[in-house]
Design a protein around this ligand. Structure first.
Ligand SMILES: *Cc1c(COP(=O)(O)O)cnc(C)c1O
Length: 247
């Protein structure tokens, strides 16, 4: 399946070296941002956002020691997983999940970062029961203050997290947000502060414990800012792999 998505995708040694150099740079800048925010350098994990990128590029990153991959589309996720089956890594789904794709997603993804509705969670729980499996997840929060389709509104997260406790096969890791991509630092910062506030409130109310406090926020253009605000996981695509092929 990955071959049909990217028929001609072979990369040169120079391309591979460029990917390794950019990975090293992202890792060192993320570590510096963590230290600047008073946290250990290794307290932030880097998830590679690999949508539309050929498996050859992803393989370079995995061979360089990175282990966390995020895909947006279930079809792409399952196709690439097959092509990368020989190299250990963990795959998260970071794009929206439709109920009819749940079975496929659960075959490959160890974590779903886009949980934002109860019918979806019910479907996932039922499938996990049938397969005697568990899955990790993040609650996706819409912090953009814009009327986008995806994510729970910050003021509704508290209730949502409470309702999710019924699904015992699903292990919550924390909260994920996309924020406002492409805007200025001053416009982006409140989104990330909203996610921290949502997490703090759930913790104070005893709805979650310290093991459910991860914050997946920040992308290529703003990951240092997101780390300064408290991100524990950043999702990096274009600044490592270059522009996506279809863009
Ligand atoms: C594409 C994507 C990213 C990474 O974006 P870049 O700007 O390429 O780093 C992060 N998170 C999600 C949900 C994405 O879809």
């Amino acid at each position: 399946m990955s071959e049909s998505l990217h028929p001609e995708s072979t990369i040169t040694p120079e391309d591979a070296q460029a990917i390794r150099d950019r990975l090293d740079e992202v890792a060192s800048r993320a570590a510096a941002a963590a230290e600047k925010s008073g946290r250990p350098a290794d307290s932030v994990s880097i998830l590679l956002a690999t949508k539309m990128q050929p498996v050859e590029k992803i393989r370079v990153a995995l061979e360089h020691g990175f282990t966390l991959v995020g895909e947006n589309r279930v079809q792409e996720l399952t196709g690439k997983a097959e092509a990368l089956a020989d190299i250990p890594h963990e795959t998260h789904l970071i794009g929206p999940l439709q109920k009819n794709k749940v079975n496929h997603a659960l075959r490959v993804a160890s974590c779903i970062q886009s949980i934002d509705n109860i019918p979806l969670a019910e479907k996932i729980q039922r499938r996990l029961e049938a397969e005697d499996q568990t899955v990790e997840y993040f609650v996706q929060v819409n912090t953009s203050r814009e009327d986008t389709k995806f994510g729970i509104a910050p003021e509704e997260v508290w209730e949502f997290v409470g309702a999710m406790r019924e699904f015992d096969r699903m292990k919550m890791r924390g909260f994920m947000t996309i924020g406002l991509p492409g805007k200025s630092d001053e416009e982006i910062r409140p989104s990330y502060q909203d996610l921290v506030a949502v997490k703090d409130r759930c913790l104070e109310q005893g709805l979650i414990d310290e093991s459910m406090c991860e914050l997946s926020m920040g992308m290529s253009s703003d990951y240092e800012l997101a780390i300064e605000e408290g991100a524990t996981m950043v999702r990096i695509g274009s600044s490592v792999f270059g522009a996506r092929p279809t863009e």
